[in-house]
Every structure is written in C-alpha cells, then in structure tokens.
Design a protein around this ligand. Sequence first.
Ligand code: PDD
Length: 286
Amino acid sequence: MRTVYVNGSWVSEDQAVISVFDRGFLMADAVYEVTTVIDGKLVDFAGHIARLDRSLGELDMPSPATPEELLDLHREIVAKNGITDGRVYLQVTRGNPGDRDFLFPDPKVTRPTLVLFTQITGRPEDSADAKRGLKILTIPDVRWGRRDIKTTQLLYPSMGKMMAKKAGCDDAWFIEDGLVTEGTSNNAWIVKGGKLITRGLSNDILHGITRAAVMRYAAEAQMEVEERSFTLDEAQAADEAFVTSASAFVMPVVEIDGARLGDGKPGRVAARLREIYLDESRKSGV
Ligand code: PDD
C-alpha cells in the first residue's frame, strides 16, 4: 500500500480523504503536475514547479507551499514509497468551501488542497512501446481555449484515448483548423529532412517541460528545430514522428491515421533523442 500526502499528513492510500465539497471534485478547479523519477531522482523538477506556479497564477489560485517545501515533499514521498523508476503526481485544488458554489471562495478562508502520490513504472529502457512505436488516431480538438494551464479537466483527453483504443491505436492527436495541436497527454513532433518540427507555444497547447528539454538537447546536438504548426498531411508524409511528455519521455510514432511513416519502425532521430533525454535526465536529476 502506498503512502500518500494529503494536506499536511502522510497517510496510507486507503485512509486518504478529500471532502465531497472540494472544488477539485465538483468543478475540476484544480491543477496538477507529473514529475518523472529515474534512478530515484526527480527529473526537470524546477521546470514542473515553475509551470505549477504559472498555472496557479493564471487561475488566481493560492499556492499551497513554497518551491523548497514542494521539493522536500517530493523527495520524502519518493523515499517513503521506495520509488526507483516512477512518477510523482501532485494536485492542487481551490479547496473545500463547505458547499457547492460557482464563485471562487475567499482564499484567506478556504485554503487550497494539496495531494501527492507516487506511481511505479518500469525502467525506461524496458519500454515495449518505445521499441514498437505508437499508432496514432487523429480527432478534432474540442478542448477549451486555455490548454496552456495544466488543469485536471481531462475528460476529453480520456475520451480521445478511448477512441484511439477502439480504433486499434495507441493514442490520439488533436486537430484544429487543419493543424495538429498536440497529443492527448503529450506534445507532438515530426521529423522531415533531418529537421525537427513542433508547434510553437501559445494558449492552444500545454507548454511541455519535456518538449523544452528536448529542444535544448536537440540544439546541443546540432539538430535543427523549427517551432511551427503542421498539418495532418505533412505529418503523414514525415520521415518520422514522436511525442514527448514526463511519462513517455521521447516516444516514437510509426503510424498516423493508418499511414505508415518510413518503414513503420521507430525512427533513428527519435531513438537518438530518447537516448540523449534519458542520459541527461540521469545526470541532472535532483
Ligand atoms: N501530460 N500536452 C498535454 C495535453 C499533456 O497532458 C502533457 C503532459 C504534455 C507534456 O508535458 P510534459 O512534458 O511537461 O509532461 C503535453 C502528463 C504527463 C499527464 O497528464 O499524465
């Protein structure tokens, strides 16, 4: 049984309690972060906490703890649960105002709810998905207009993953105005003529922490990166494609809406970037 963190207490997962009036539960009035743990170390922690702060600020939600306190909590939960390869999930909600009300409660009276739990994954090198590559289904992007805020409104991404599964695919990419926005829970990339292409940052996509890291590593490895939108046709005609996220790292894509990319096997650029990302994450984990 895992030990989880709820509002200042360490409790067994079967003892953890959140109010039925919590705005995270009633209104999805909540933001979250997922931080990878590799070899017992937190990957890109500073980036995740900076984005958490931004998400909270955009929603006028008070911060439940300082970055230093959050780092201590992350380290403590990793140690308590003996995590070597896995994730720390953190969620902040606007708290429990004691009743259902659309209006935000006074933050001086209603304190935010803070929850952390861990998940165990395998060693990244053992990922079967990374060896096989993902098959992607595209679906319309009908999410709200502030996808840059990492809220827990994940119903449509969940529906997208179910649509992909029903279609015999592994995941879905969202399309808006004929252009790929991002994956259900990751940023989308294509490779053409040795150049990496990924959509530029705006309110239309989540500003991925892994995306930013991969951009840095690609530049260091003298790979050219172009930040621009791309169409489905362009993606289907690409040499390679991949997705990035804290849970998938760099994950090759081998098929989009039934169109095979290259020889249908994970591409060399994606494999190289995955290797670099894992190496660098091992070096820089905290
Ligand atoms: N998802 N885009 C969306 C819509 C996401 O949900 C995520 C992350 C990303 C990638 O962001 P990052 O590289 O910072 O993980 C892009 C997390 C992993 C999740 O919901 O589990």
